[in-house]
Design a protein around this ligand. Sequence first.
Ligand SMILES: Cc1ncc(C[n+]2csc(CCOP(=O)(O)OP(=O)(O)O)c2C)c(N)n1
Ligand code: SF4
Length: 281
Amino acid sequence: METKKINLDTNCPNTWCPGCGDFGILMAFKQAVTSMIESGTPKENIVITGDIGCSSKIADYLGLNSFIGLHGRSISLAEGIKMGNPDLKVFAFLGDGGCLDEGISHLIHAAKRNTDITVIMHNNRLFALTTGQFTAVTPKGLKTRSTPSGSIEEPLNPLELLIASNASFIARAYSSRIEDVKNLVLEGAEHKGFSFIEILQPCVSFYNTIEFYNERVYYSQNPNLESKESALKLAREWNYNGEGRIPLGVMYKTDRPVFESETLSLVPRKEDFEKCLKTHS
Ligand SMILES: Cc1ncc(C[n+]2csc(CCOP(=O)(O)OP(=O)(O)O)c2C)c(N)n1
Ligand code: SF4
């Protein structure tokens, strides 16, 4: 039997800077989606959301159902879509700015609720589309367009925040390691509940971290995936500032009730609803 070739391309011209880490994420995501479709997930059941940023332009380059919203709102859009149709596989794309500055409350609450979506945060550690201003994860001392004398703030550690917010799947990847990104996307999508994948992504135009990451990243899966203590230990190995090694891989994974299933189980069945109406009429 002839197999139909899966085409995820679009006609949209790509405007990312040559060498941007976003290309690696796009390639890995296409491979992951191709594998999902080949394993039986209907293409029309895969939905992506985005906001405003270089990262969210990924939706323009993927021939999939998508919804682009305001900056920082990719996660809330994904939650709404999933609640409307729990059969869908929903991926929320956004940058560190949209995720940890404008949209940080959505991130925390989606993790706390355990909504069954996969958040993919392109972490270039600044607001790239607007030409490089500091975000919550910009290293201390970095000179950006909005911190000309160097940022005076300590960066936030998003993985520690996710552990504290009770996210049920937390992982870190690096955009140049395409096979690992693909596998983590598949693992995150397979997970029942909220999955968060941070992808370290060099912005070659405003903060070129290629050499920095190449020298420091290493794969280190948490040996005790359900232990928050060992997840925290891994998450704290790198403080988003300077030196030290940077662990990649799944840091935390646990099973707990999923928000959509819990909520929908509270909705009365039609027969019960009609019985109730009869009783009270
Ligand atoms: C509420 C709001 N704040 C700020 C902006 C301006 N703005 C648009 S894109 C952007 C930068 C996006 O940075 P990030 O989310 O980190 O994604 P990246 O471009 O780095 O991939 C900013 C600040 C906006 N559109 N809306
Ligand atoms: S500005 Fe940075 S993040 Fe945006 S496309 Fe260029 S290299 Fe990539």
